[in-house]
Design a protein around this ligand. Structure first.
Ligand SMILES: *Cc1c(COP(=O)(O)O)cnc(C)c1O
Length: 509
């Protein structure tokens, strides 16, 4: 393909994407295919001779589209959002066109420097502590990682190195391996699966500690666990706290965890993959109280801040820790300006890296800070409107932890036996009009409803609510005969949470 062919192909592809997104509301959000369907539609081998791009683009409709779960459909309410915006898509095109690899400053100065600048723009937009900024006098800085998972793993590996260096000074008779075998990581039982995985990948035992009735990881819980481990000769190394947990969007208590970490020389990493985007709005910043205690902070603009995947923003208070832990030099990597600007290969797992700051730059400029705040506020308002619909219906109970509608998330269940809510979830999945997934609150089954798509409007909430009500009518009609097992107890937990009362959770399990 020459440049002329590229122009035609690319223009057609751009039109295809614009048409797709403009008409996405009309498509069923969930596909109706069976595992292996693609193999039945494609030949067994790659073509021997070049084909026409028109035929390939036609096959996107024939082969790909039937098997796409439409994450940007306004009827998609599962998981959390994944970002998609026109400025970010164009940023991806340019980044692919330039196609440079920015592992060191000289390997593409623009790639490194735009990233450094964008991480400062973004850090200021979230009002992060100054120490995190590249432009601060200290050793802090930000970097774009591929995922929140990588950020947690990197934090764990840096913490491991820092702790080994510290303990070696205190106990010169211990070698590195002896120390490494004693290290412990802490997180809550509500943290994302990727946090537990970071422990597996980083070969560190990980304590999944219980949370309170607001699903929040508290200081006393951490302190008890740390003391228990210290008494056994183990060495606390890192705490990975969450702001906006995956299941209920709960917030760990950094103002309690932070001082314990400082006192015990424990690295504090914060995973705010989804909820971090909300901190562009001043009214949500009380949820990040205690951030000043943290060593590293991560949130993913590729979730809720309109930057297409992958773009996960990570800041460290002392980036030297990371460079000390990760830097491996080779003659082919050396350059004249080493040490003057960051060599981002030392800040991440891979050597090579894409020009990811381009799409972030485009989003920040084409939306502006005001546009980003408007986006977050609109989605929170929609979630609150949906929550009002559920609350007003006496057949349902809504989970309220810290905020009404925890940012864009509403968790609810049908009153009565747990089987009602399970049947509702199954019925919704079977009909495929909307996509929601279940979760549990301290063992109680519930449905999570998230405002995900930037195309979601009030009418889509009406559509979802009608579908939920229709299915619920049917389930309740069928289920009148079912004996209410421990339903009363479970209803009671949520009702008292809504009245702001604390009641023991254990009885509800
Ligand atoms: C989504 C999510 C993750 C995983 O994010 P990736 O970027 O896919 O690794 C981690 N933590 C939380 C709290 C999340 O919501």
């Amino acid at each position: 393909m020459d440049a002329r062919g590229f122009r035609d192909f690319a223009r057609a592809a751009v039109d295809y994407v614009a048409d797709y997104l403009e008409s996405i509301r009309e498509r069923p959000v969930l596909p109706n295919v069976e595992p292996g369907y693609v193999q039945t539609l494609l030949p067994d081998e790659a073509p021997e001779h070049p084909e026409e791009w028109q035929d390939v683009l036609d096959d996107v409709d024939r082969v790909v589209m039937p098997g796409v779960t439409h994450w940007h459909s306004p009827h998609f309410h599962a998981f959390y959002p994944t970002a998609n915006s026109y400025p970010a898509i164009v940023g991806e095109i340019l980044s692919a066109g330039i196609g440079c690899v920015g592992f060191s400053w000289i390997s593409s100065p623009a790639c490194t420097e735009l990233e450094t600048t964008m991480m400062d723009w973004l850090g200021k937009l979230l009002a992060l502590p100054k120490e995190f900024l590249n432009s601060s006098d200290g050793p802090g800085g930000g970097v774009i990682q591929g995922s929140a998972s990588e950020s947690s793993l990197i934090a764990l590996l840096v913490a491991k190195d820092r702790t080994v260096q510290r303990i070696k000074k205190e106990r010169p008779e211990w070698d590195d391996e002896t120390i490494k075998a004693k290290l412990v990581a802490y997180t809550s039982d509500q943290s994302n699966s990727s946090v537990e995985k970071a422990g597996i990948l980083g070969s560190m035992r990980m304590r999944l500690l219980p949370t309170d009735d607001k699903c929040s990881f508290r200081g006393t819980t951490l302190m008890e666990a740390v003391e228990r481990d210290e008494a056994q000769g183990l060495i606390p190394c890192i705490v990975i706290a969450t702001l906006g947990t995956t299941v209920t969007c709960a917030f760990d208590n950094l103002t309690e965890l932070g001082p314990i970490c400082s006192q015990k020389h424990i690295w504090l990493h914060v995973d705010a993959a989804y909820a971090g985007a909300a901190f562009v709005c001043p009214e949500f910043r009380h949820l990040m109280a205690g951030l000043e205690f943290t060593d590293s902070f991560n949130f993913s603009p590729h979730k809720w801040l309109l930057v297409n995947s992958d773009c996960s923003a990570m800041w460290l208070k002392n980036a030297n820790d990371l460079v000390d832990a990760f830097s491996v030099d080779r003659i082919y990597l050396k350059h004249q300006k080493q040490g003057v600007a960051p060599d981002y290969r030392n800040w991440q797992i891979a050597l090579g890296r894409r020009f990811r700051s381009m799409k972030l730059w485009f989003v920040l400029r084409l939306y502006g800070a005001s546009g980003l705040r408007k986006h977050i506020r609109k989605q929170v308002a929609l979630a609150q409107a949906f929550e009002k619909m559920v609350t007003a219906d006496p057949r349902f109970l809504v989970l309220i932890l810290v905020l009404n509608a925890s940012l864009g998330l509403v968790c609810f269940r049908v009153k009565g036996p747990e089987s009602f809510t399970k049947k509702l979830q199954e019925a919704l999945f079977r009909s495929g009009k909307i996509y929601v997934i279940p979760g549990t609150y301290h063992g109680i089954y519930m449905i999570r409803f998230v405002v995900c798509s930037r195309f979601t409007e009030e009418r889509d909430l009406q559509y979802a609510w009608k579908e939920i009500c229709d299915q619920t009518d049917q389930i309740i009609a069928d289920g009148q005969k079912i004996k209410a097992d421990n339903a009363f107890l479970k209803d009671n937990v949520w009702e008292s949470l809504q009245n702001g009362k604390m009641i023991p959770i254990n009885g509800a399990n």
